[in-house]
Design a protein around this ligand. Structure first.
Ligand code: DUC
Ligand code: ZN
Ligand code: ZN
Ligand code: ZN
Length: 467
């Protein structure tokens, strides 16, 4: 087995920071030792990696991606191959993507189809959540089987009537089943029925520009749905994970529930922390680049999101990576904002943007690792295999240069999309080297990975709950 030593870096995990050397055998971390000690100096290795001046951090865990998702009459532009390669470039070594149940079809059919897309194509490890688009007796039963094979979380939609939408009765049934089998219910919390009325009215008034996407998807309708989801989960005795929280009032709903001791969790995304309705209102059709759901909010909401991340009322930052090209895809909504495919690219940018948040003083260095690596791993049953650097963990490790600078741009990114939502943004910090299960996949600006290195990761149930 290849023995690798990473020497002289600052190891940062959610729990601690220490100047330590890391010993890897094959795909696993086998030991850490304070740097300069005789233990570490005695290690012999086939390969030594010099990490002086660098952070040695766990590979990022992005628990919310949509590679090649069929949506809005088109399909997300990153395949599992291109999207996981971009993830690796950005220091993310595990993604959890969403397999989709079609209405009238079995969960199995959807899951098999997503395995087919991913198998043999991924540069880094991956798992699946399952989108429940058709809750019925047989799909409820199938949930148990999926949990047993490591697909332990299920996304439901209060939005998108006619596509993914579930009514409250179906939601309650799925939550009851999840309470029983350990599956974690993930909620897209927006009142889609009300939103569709507002969409129709806006279009009738000739309001067709991208910025109206943000106006009709009202904050109140995110807060209302978040509140309703929490109450339904309480009735079902089920934990709840609310995805892509963007509104301050939705954070307040989560905080109130958590203060009551309810097992309610919240995720936000870099786009809500760094972008705003100002972007949606960019001239011409530019705003289409920023159309996603939940929508970007006025800038004032950002402070509540950062505060939520600091107080742990929000626990995870994932990307909801769902890229559509500006030319040829976002275009579908010229003259009708409701036809712009919803989604933003970001899987490559998350670790850097959150490091910038450390530099800017929004979060601490350890909190960076907690919200981007450790907590998503625990939330979705991957810890400590993923999300930390400890004896026995997979050697998914990033050497991160905290002083290097870079400018985010579509000219240099690796995602298969023709624009960047963060074009021109200057970042202090940059990925130097990325190991995925002990294999160097990125090193100093060169890609060494290959499709098929990434393996499916069966997951345990949520590790924040006693079962
Ligand atoms: N939101 C998006 O922006 N894209 C895909 C699905 C979703 O809920
Ligand atoms: Zn969603
Ligand atoms: Zn609180
Ligand atoms: Zn999503």
């Amino acid at each position: 087995m290849t023995r690798t030593v990473i020497r002289g870096g600052l190891v940062v995990t959610a729990a601690e920071e220490m100047h330590a050397d890391v010993l890897i055998e094959g795909e696993r971390v086998v030991a850490l030792a304070a740097f300069g000690t005789s233990a570490a100096e005695g290690w012999t290795a086939d390969r030594e990696i010099d990490a002086r001046g660098l952070y040695v951090i766990p590979g990022g865990v992005d628990a919310h991606t949509h590679m090649e998702l069929p949506f809005g009459g088109t399909s997300a532009s990153d395949t599992f191959e291109t999207g996981t390669r971009a993830a690796a470039w950005g220091g993310t070594t595990t993604i959890v993507d969403f397999a989709v149940q079609s209405v009238g079809a079995a969960l199995r059919e959807g899951l098999d189809a997503w395995h087919e897309k991913a198998q043999g194509n991924c540069a880094v490890d991956y798992g699946f959540h399952m989108i429940l688009a058709d809750v019925n007796e047989s799909s409820l039963k199938e949930m148990d089987l999926l949990v047993a094979e490591g697909v332990t979380s299920f996304k439901l939609f209060m939005a998108y009537p006619g596509v993914f939408y579930s009514d409250d009765g179906r939601i309650l049934r799925a939550m009851q089943r999840g309470a029983d089998n350990g599956g974690l219910i993930m909620m897209h919390a927006e009142n889609g029925i009300a939103i569709d009325v507002l969409v129709e009215q806006a279009l009738a008034e000739g309001k067709t520009d991208p910025r109206y996407h943000g106006e009709v998807r009202r904050e109140l309708l995110e807060a209302e749905a978040t509140h309703r989801a929490i109450k339904l989960a309480q009735v079902a005795g089920s934990p709840l994970y609310v995805v892509h929280v963007s509104a301050a009032s939705a954070v307040a709903e989560l905080a109130a529930a958590r203060d009551q001791g309810l097992p309610v969790f919240g995720e936000t995304c870099p786009q809500y922390l760094f972008l705003s309705t100002d972007n949606l209102a960019e001239p011409g059709f530019e705003g289409a680049k920023y159309v996603c759901s939940t929508p970007l909010r006025p800038k004032e909401h950002q402070a509540a999101l950062w505060r939520g991340l600091r107080t742990n009322d929000l626990q995870v930052v994932s990307t909801d990576h769902c890229p559509f090209c500006f030319v040829g895809q976002k275009d579908l909504g010229r003259g009708d904002f409701s036809k712009i495919p919803n989604g933003l690219p970001g899987v490559e940018n998350r670790m850097d943007l959150l490091h910038q948040a450390v530099v800017d003083g929004h979060i601490t260095r350890r909190r960076w690792i907690e919200i981007a690596c450790a907590t998503p791993a625990r939330m979705f049953g991957l810890y400590p295999r993923k999300g930390t650097i400890a004896p026995g963990s997979d050697a998914d490790i990033v050497l991160y240069d905290p002083t290097a600078t870079q400018t985010i741009s579509a000219d240099t990114h690796h995602m298969n999309v023709d624009y960047s939502a963060y074009e021109g943004k200057e970042i202090t910090g940059k990925v130097r080297t990325v190991l995925s299960r002990g294999t160097v996949v990125v090193d100093g600006g060169t890609y060494h990975g290959r499709p098929g290195h990434g393996r499916f990761q069966p997951r345990a149930t949520c590790q924040y709950l006693d079962r």
